[in-house]
Design a protein around this ligand. Structure first.
Ligand code: PXP
Length: 240
């Protein structure tokens, strides 16, 4: 099974928004990422619109050929937007206004009643729902109960620890990917992945997609976006 790469373009918008105006354009970045081997584009429309805007979502839907994975909080506002645009996929993420990024996974187990409505509404609209969760059996079990077709395993902790702790975290990710697949759920993974840490995660055979953003956009400052995406693709392909 080929491992897909979803390129998250949020931080192109972060740089644009630092000055207002149109440059750099995240839609142009999405088109370049596609040319460099991305299989999908991921964008997180946050409640505070700190990077991606509603207009970016309009343009991404109209102007790119790749499937769009819309990351969204489980709120009525985001649900309306998703139902209006019908992206290929919606990844439900936890969102706290004061956090710098999505710092932890969704508590799918603790919030099952709240999430069930969003999973059902999105699914009924033909949108492939993914739940961004910590790699834990409890969360996978909740995803099974919710009927989500996809889970995205949060690799943030894996990315931020070293040595034995990283080995243990990788095992949690691999075990959860296997458990998800056994239950008919497609496992994805993402957060904090870089050229230096992507290979062991990419080598987990059940994982079907990685969503990577901050590092690729940062690296693009030095090497260009195409080179940055191409290198990530090569590392991912070599790991399989
Ligand atoms: N997957 C999800 C669900 C995310 O929220 C994010 C960050 O927005 C990513 C993947 C990408 O993480 P990073 O920007 O650290 O590569």
């Amino acid at each position: 099974m080929k491992l897909r790469l979803g390129v998250n373009i949020d931080h192109v918008a972060t740089i644009r928004n630092a000055r207002g105006g149109d440059h750099p354009d995240p839609v142009r970045a999405a088109i370049m990422a596609a040319a460099a081997g991305a299989d999908g584009i991921t964008a997180h429309l946050r409640e505070d619109r700190r990077h991606i805007t509603d207009n970016d979502i309009d343009r991404l839907m109209a102007e790119i050929d790749l499937p769009l994975n819309l990351e969204m909080a489980a709120t009525e506002e985001m649900l309306d937007i998703a139902l209006r645009h019908r992206p290929h996929a919606a990844c439900i993420v936890p969102e706290r206004r004061e956090e710098r990024t999505t710092e932890g996974g969704l508590d799918a187990a603790g919030q099952q009643d709240h999430l069930a409505y969003f999973v059902d509404e999105l699914t009924d609209a033909g949108i492939r729902v993914s739940l961004f969760i910590e790699p834990s059996e409890r969360q996978i079990d909740a995803a099974v109960r919710l009927g989500a077709p996809v889970v995205e395993l949060h690799t943030g902790r894996y990315a931020h620890v070293d040595g034995e702790e990283r080995t243990a975290e990788l095992k949690r990710i691999a075990d959860c990917a296997a458990l998800a697949a056994k239950n008919g759920i497609e496992p994805h993974a993402g957060h904090g992945l870089t050229f230096d840490n992507v290979v062991p995660v990419a080598a987990v055979p059940q994982i079907a997609e990685l969503n990577i953003g901050h590092f690729l956009i940062g690296e693009a400052i030095f090497t260009g976006l195409e080179a940055s995406v191409r290198r990530m693709r090569e590392l991912m392909d070599a790991a399989r």
